[in-house]
Ligand binder design. Structure first.
Ligand SMILES: Cc1cc2nc3c(=O)[nH]c(=O)nc-3n(C[C@H](O)[C@H](O)[C@H](O)COP(=O)(O)OP(=O)(O)OC[C@H]3O[C@@H](n4cnc5c(N)ncnc54)[C@H](O)[C@@H]3O)c2cc1C
Length: 448
């Protein structure tokens, strides 16, 4: 790769470090969560604040370099790294300030949930975030945000109340209900299309303990256990968020892991119903701190190859459950699986006027998650995810979850994720804040 001219000048003007291909830390700095993505950027600018971000944008513009933005590096599409271009890397811009009285947290642009949750829990407060600690707070929130507290407090983006953003022309702007409210609406779901968020502000709620963990089912009971999970979610309990993950074990038998997170004070009939479902082989549910709940799920960073594809569905009838069990048997090997996230409860409180996310009507988000190590399995793994997603189509509301989308999704899928009306509104916002579509390494909204 030919070196980019003027990198020394960039190094002098940036407060943070600049990483070039010859640097010892280059390979680690270009690595994202998904090992399927292997790109070599020309330069990685580790920005420490809005001025650095503006400088990096200017540097890329002057040299015609494509730009990628990196938060936690988790996006399965690998949008955080660009071949031959410039990465605006926020991984050193990690801090979380909490105003306990106002119940507001301010997260710097590269903060992860590993930064956020301990900071807010020091005040006995939470916001609904993601289930894996190393995921970027801003990346996740800007695409929606589904996790252990979704039923109780809504999507992460529903709790986004303010933002500081650097647009590609280097302007620093703020968004809140009182200032650039249309931009705040767009930030609630339309990802990093409008600028680099150097700070996001979130509403907080008092919560320190939950009853949660994992319930594991195996063998012939799995189908009925999944039906039980569906029936529990259909009752829309506000104090119980719930996700399920279908996979196969080493013996190639189907397994189901259900992840309840209950925050009520009363003994919970839904938890009892889940525990009584057929096929239960392990009951890891108990009362623990919220920080312990946030450690229930983890995922190796940068090791496995991933390809995810899914749909928001309006219902989960028995017929679809049969289809999912058949699809997991077709996978025929661990790891990987089918993730089913319930969207009952608080996400339904807001409507399309609150934010750009377009999936509030959905009952569940169902994602085929192909995960593998061996590159010779690329084609067959990707095919399995695509075929599994295709099998969901009869129940689909039309769009997929932008936070889980690969880079090969057509624009129709992105449009469907928001709905035609919201998509047009987002395109007008894009024209205003990023008319040249500098920020196109994302689930892209083309400028109107
Ligand atoms: C293991 C794993 C677990 C996950 N768990 C959840 C979950 O529980 N709930 C959920 O809803 N999603 C989850 N996700 C999906 C995740 O929310 C998205 O992939 C999200 O894009 C990750 O953000 P990131 O900053 O870590 O990723 P990156 O790859 O660094 O960023 C992805 C994109 O987000 C944008 N972006 C990131 N930071 C900024 C910023 N500060 N300003 C502007 N744009 C920015 C950019 O467009 C960037 O290219 C998970 C993903 C993985 C791989």
């Amino acid at each position: 790769m030919t070196a980019v001219e003027g990198v020394d000048e960039l190094r002098r003007s940036l407060a943070g470090p600049v990483v070039e291909p010859a640097a010892a830390e280059y390979d680690a700095a270009r690595r994202g969560f998904n090992a399927l993505i292997d790109r070599r950027p020309a330069v990685i600018a580790r920005c420490l604040g809005p001025e650095d971000v503006a400088t990096a944008f200017e540097f890329a513009r002057a040299r015609g370099l494509e730009v990628a933005v990196r938060g936690g590096g988790h996006n399965p599409a690998g949008h955080c790294v660009v071949e031959g271009g410039l990465v605006i890397d926020l991984s050193l811009l990690r801090s979380v300030e909490v105003d306990g009285d106002a119940r507001i947290a301010r997260a710097a642009g590269g903060s992860t949930w590993l930064d956020f949750d301990p900071a807010t829990q020091a005040f006995g407060l939470v916001t609904p975030g993601g289930v894996v600690g190393s995921t970027g707070v801003c990346g996740l929130a800007l695409g929606g945000g589904i996790g252990h507290l979704t039923a109780q407090y809504g999507l992460t983006c529903d709790n986004l109340v303010g933002a500081e953003l650097v647009t590609p022309d280097g302007e620093v702007i703020h968004a809140s209900e009182d200032e650039n409210a249309e931009l705040l609406w767009g930030l609630r779901g339309a990802g990093g299309n409008f600028g680099v968020a150097t700070r996001l502000e979130f509403r907080l709620y008092p919560l320190e303990h939950v009853t949660g963990g994992a319930l594991a089912y195996a063998g012939a009971g799995v189908r009925d256990a999944l039906r039980r999970f569906r029936d529990v979610a259909a009752g829309a309990p506000r104090d119980l968020s719930c996700q399920a993950s279908l996979s196969v074990d080493e013996s190639l038998a189907p397994t189901l892991v259900v992840l309840p997170c209950h925050t009520g004070t009363e003994p919970d009939s839904e938890l009892r119903a889940l525990r009584a479902a057929p096929g239960l082989v392990e009951d890891g549910v108990g009362t623990h701190t919220f920080l312990e709940q946030q450690r229930v799920v983890d995922s190796a960073y940068g090791e496995n190859r991933h390809y995810w594809k899914g749909h928001f569905v309006r219902e989960l009838p028995d017929e679809l459950i049969d289809e999912l069990v058949a699809r997991i048997m077709a996978l025929g090997r661990p790891p990987g699986g089918i993730l089913i996230e319930s969207l009952h409860g608080a996400p339904k409180d807001a409507d399309s006027s609150a934010g750009a996310v377009g999936f509030r009507e959905a009952a569940f988000n169902i994602s085929a998650q192909a995960v593998w190590l061996d590159p010779t399995l690329d084609e067959q793994s990707i095919e399995w995810a695509r075929e599994t997603a295709a099998a969901l189509e009869p129940w689909s509301l039309g769009g997929g979850y932008v936070n889980y989308m690969q880079a090969d999704e057509p624009i129709e899928r992105v449009r469907a994720a928001f709905g035609a009306e919201a998509f047009d509104r987002l395109r007008a916002l894009k024209r205003r804040y990023d008319p040249e579509n500098v920020l196109r390494r994302n689930q892209n909204i083309p400028p109107a």
